[in-house]
Design a binder for this molecule. Structure first.
Ligand code: ADP
Ligand code: MG
Length: 849
């Protein structure tokens, strides 16, 4: 064998981790070799060097590495850049290794399995997902490893993609050979198909979820669910070897448990940021008053998953109201603001990654909990009363504070970790250590007097250890028993047998102290890891309280109102303001508007010129509904709503044209979902549908859709519909449960003034021309436009308005475009050549029909 044993060890480990970058610990460094080294040096911008020659090829081996303590930061950058990284550590003490140090892959980090540290931002959640299809059912499991929480869901196969895009996992586990892998932003990891077998679940669930049997997990008769969960747990076990305590299974959730807001809607309604929008323009940002990272993550979750159960929503309203009226609300929030990310700490603890400082962080937060809990005593709100009785982790905090020193180092072996009085053995070595220091001082004094050299000193350096230093010019007074060790410019350094003996004793003590501190620390973390679940619950409780306090602070400061909940369907808002616009504009400048939708009025058709405020009005209604159902008070004079089962949106291409999703097909796919799956409890927000195609297609489709959602016995959502097709206002008066609204503009001193006021009734037919006039378009053009408009009205639209059942859409007549083209032309301005071209063009159009 030509390779060094070390290189052979590396190559074996590397081969066991295909497709991953292997970080290979060598002492205080993680090294990478060959191609990995080239990748790592390019991605991380660190130097590429070469080590010894490869004995086989005679080539130098490319090498790049970084210090062990810098792992977190570099890891984050590698994972963010899309790489999978295997961390291979020395798993035996190099001092004790007889030959080659033992090394093992202790952890694999993939996009969906990053844990805490710098590798995952505070507000971020990295979800790992798995999918398993059985017949026409899709089972999916999700895991947030940073907190150690697992959930699962079962759906019709056709809905899997939508749910994945809603949950937005970073990594998706699929069985090898799976056809039609759901598309999305996640990276895909293929696993052997048997890992998705139902039968695999039992043993892995026992190990990883700490359950005695799988019968309590709610997976009976759901092979798809069981398969997805089995694969997920198995994968976690593979990549996180150090995971000791169990993950928490939060259960199988159902989409019906909350208002379903698909990813597209969340983005289109500006609920959360997206690659297309800034954070500051989102509802999540404008309403986030939480003071802890975990509270912030929970608030986003509340906002994106408002509960379907009105009792839950009402309970939150009650708590927010009660907190808002408390005088000490800000004191409570200040106490919360010092609390750590308990969920993530629990995650670190469960993988035994906690350092001494992490434990102290936990105990510092636990120390605040009794005060927080007792402040809630006597609360009327059941949620708050429940939180008053929360587990305040007293015993855990006491244990940590007893064992760990107040201001410990980052790593347990660095000294000063374990408190005095914990271990008699440790205390004894510490006494030797400090006794040694006293003895050194005594020795120095003694040697001075024996030699009669007053400038004799005892010093220490890393290479030579302890030495006696004597100025050069005094060398003749040095006793014969001194042994010279080093000569410097102005002095000589010596040692003596006594000094060496003392040094050995102190070194032994140092080693023993480090060893004892490490092992005592490990014992403590292992003991505490058994309480991971209590930490998780404590973290959740603090996060819930943080969310509620944040909402209360918002409500109190801004004078928001408490919405009331009715059986419905109903969505009635008086004086509603767009929350984000309201926060961005100077006080009083956001124009309040009403929304009135109920069983007898299910469709609002909003017309008005461009920039009048139609889209803003629609978003205001949707955002207030989401806020209210999530448990918040709202920026309105009053609001009554019924819980929505799902929010549908179709925001037309005009508003999203720059956002790369303007195709007509996408528009129609969204429309199809709405037409097929909405109920009377749904709310639909449709803005400028039909822009992605020719005028008449678009108008015809919008028309038919409105009729459908108006009259369908089931698919009849409460609908807000903004349009530039004035023709549709006909429906507002013709359909029994539809109403027209318009957003008004006025002229003032020759300029267009937008009033942003939404009024009952259709906008004036010629508002567009009006605006053109106000904006200073030449009067000939305005006059001509008025004539064209009159022609158009005399033709198609007049017939449209007839309430004839057979003739709902005369616009759909095939020769319509030809007639339209003729109607639009002005014969006086045509040249002979243009006229001839036009005849050919018209003939071509007719032939195409
Ligand atoms: P439209 O959809 O009718 O073209 P938008 O809803 O996009 O118009 O509104 C255009 C701009 O008008 C918004 O960006 C906002 O600045 C302003 N605006 C809209 N509604 C209001 C309102 N209620 N109060 C104050 N300003 C508003
Ligand atoms: Mg608009």
């Amino acid at each position: 064998m030509l390779k060094t044993p070390l290189m052979q060890q590396y190559l074996d480990l590397k081969a066991s981790q295909p497709g991953k970058i292997l970080l290979f610990q060598m002492g205080d460094f993680f090294e990478t070799f060959f191609e990995d080294a080239e990748t790592v040096s390019r991605v991380l911008g660190i130097a590429l060097t070469s080590r010894e020659l490869d004995r086989e090829t005679g080539e130098p081996v490319p090498l790049a590495g970084f210090p062990v303590h810098a792992l977190d930061g570099y890891l984050m950058r590698l994972v963010r850049a899309g790489f999978r990284v295997a961390i291979c550590e020395q798993t035996e003490d190099p001092a004790k290794a007889r030959r080659l140090v033992r090394r093992e892959v202790t952890e694999v980090v993939t996009p969906g399995t990053v844990i805490g540290g710098q590798a995952l931002g505070e507000g971020e959640t990295a979800l790992l997902a798995s999918i398993c299809i059985r017949n026409d059912r899709a089972g999916m499991a999700f895991c947030d490893l940073s907190c150690g929480e697992v959930e699962a869901v079962e759906l019709p196969r056709t809905q899997a993609e939508a749910e994945l895009s809603r949950r937005l996992p970073r990594e998706l586990l699929v069985p090898e050979g799976m056809e039609e892998i759901p598309p999305g932003q996640h990276s895909v990891t293929h696993l052997e198909p048997w890992k998705f077998d139902e039968g695999v679940l039992e043993p892995v669930a026992r190990r990883r979820l700490g359950v005695a049997t799988v019968s309590g997990l709610g997976m009976e008769g759901s092979p798809a669910l069981a398969g997805a969960l089995a694969a997920l747990l198995g994968y976690v076990e593979d990549v996180k070897r150090t995971l000791t305590s169990s993950l928490r299974f939060k259960g199988v959730y159902r989409l019906e448990d909350h208002m379903v807001i698909d990813r597209q809607s969340a983005i289109a309604l500006d609920l959360v940021e997206s690659p297309f929008s800034d954070r500051e323009s989102t509802l999540a940002w404008a309403t986030d008053r939480t003071v802890t990272p975990q509270g912030g993550r929970l608030w986003r979750r509340w906002l994106l998953e408002p509960p379907a159960d009105p009792r839950e929503t009402a309970a939150r309203h009650g708590a927010v109201g009660e907190l808002a009226s408390r005088e000490d609300l800000e004191t409570l929030r200040r106490a919360l603001s010092g609390c750590c990310d308990m969920g993530r700490q629990a995650g670190r603890l469960s993988t035994l990654k906690s350092g001494p400082r992490d434990l102290r962080t936990i105990s510092a937060t636990a120390a605040k909990m009794p005060g927080i809990a007792s402040a809630l005593k006597g609360s009327v709100s059941p949620i708050l009363a429940g939180l008053a009785g929360m587990d305040t982790l007293d015993d855990i905090a006491a244990e940590i504070d007893r064992v760990i020193m107040a201001d410990p180092p980052v790593r347990p072996g660095d000294g000063g970790t374990i408190a005095d009085g914990v271990s008699a053995e440790l205390d004894e070595y510490r006494a030797i250590r400090s006794g040694g220091r006293d003895m050194l001082a005594e020795m120095e004094a003694k040697e001075r007097s024996v030699t009669g050299i007053p400038r004799l000193t005892i010093g220490y350096n890393r290479v030579f250890g302890y030495y006696i230093e004597i100025p050069r010019n005094m060398s003749d007074r040095v006793p014969a028993s001194y042994r010279r060790r080093q000569t410097l410019a102005g002095s000589e350094r010596y040692s003596t047998p006594e000094l060496e003996e003392l040094e050995r004793k102190m070194q032994r003590a140092d080693q023993e102290i480090a060893r004892l501190e490490c092992s005592l620390f490990e014992e403590l973390t292992a003991r505490l890891a058994g309480n991971t679940d209590r930490l998780r619950t404590a973290g959740e409780n603090l996060a819930i309280l943080d969310c509620l306090c944040g909402l209360a602070s918002l409500a109190a400061e801004k004078g928001w109102c408490r919405p009331s909940i009715e059986e419905g369907p109903i969505l009635c808002i008086e004086g509603g303001r767009h929350p984000v616009l309201d926060a961005a504009l100077p006080a009083g400048e956001c124009v309040p508007n009403p929304v009135r939708l109920d069983q007898d009025r299910t469709i609002l058709i909003v017309t008005g010129p461009n920039m009048a405020g139609k889209s803003t009005y629609l978003r205001m209604a949707a955002q207030l509904l989401v806020l209210a159902q999530a448990g918040s008070f709202v920026p309105a004079e009053s609001m009554t709503f019924s819980p929505a089962d799902r929010l549908f949106t179709r925001i037309g291409s005009s508003d999203r044209i720059s956002r790369g999703q303007s195709t007509f097909l996408v528009e129609m796919a969204d429309a199809a979902v709405m037409l097929n799956s909405s109920t009377r409890r749904s709310v639909a927000v449709i803005d400028e549908i039909g822009r992605g195609t020719s005028t008449y297609d678009g108008l015809a489709i919008a028309w038919a859709m409105l009729e459908h959602i108006h009259s369908h016995p089931v698919h009849r959502p409460l609908t807000l519909f903004a349009t530039h097709y004035h023709e549709l206002t006909v429906l507002g008066s013709r359909l029994e449960r539809a109403a027209n609204l318009s957003v008004t503009v006025r002229e003032s001193a020759g300029r267009v003034v937008f009033l942003y006021r939404v009024e009952e009734g259709a906008a004036d037919r010629s508002y567009g021309i009006h605006v053109a006039m106000m904006a200073g378009v030449p009067s000939e053009v305005v006059a001509r436009a008025t004539r064209v408009l009159a022609d158009l009205e005399g033709g198609s639209s007049a017939r449209l308005a007839q309430p004839s059942p057979q003739l709902d859409l005369p616009l759909a007549r095939p020769e319509q475009p030809v007639l339209e083209t003729i109607r639009m032309l002005d014969p006086d301005t045509l040249t002979a050549r243009q006229a001839l071209d036009l005849v050919y063009e018209l003939r071509r159009m007719l032939d195409g029909i």
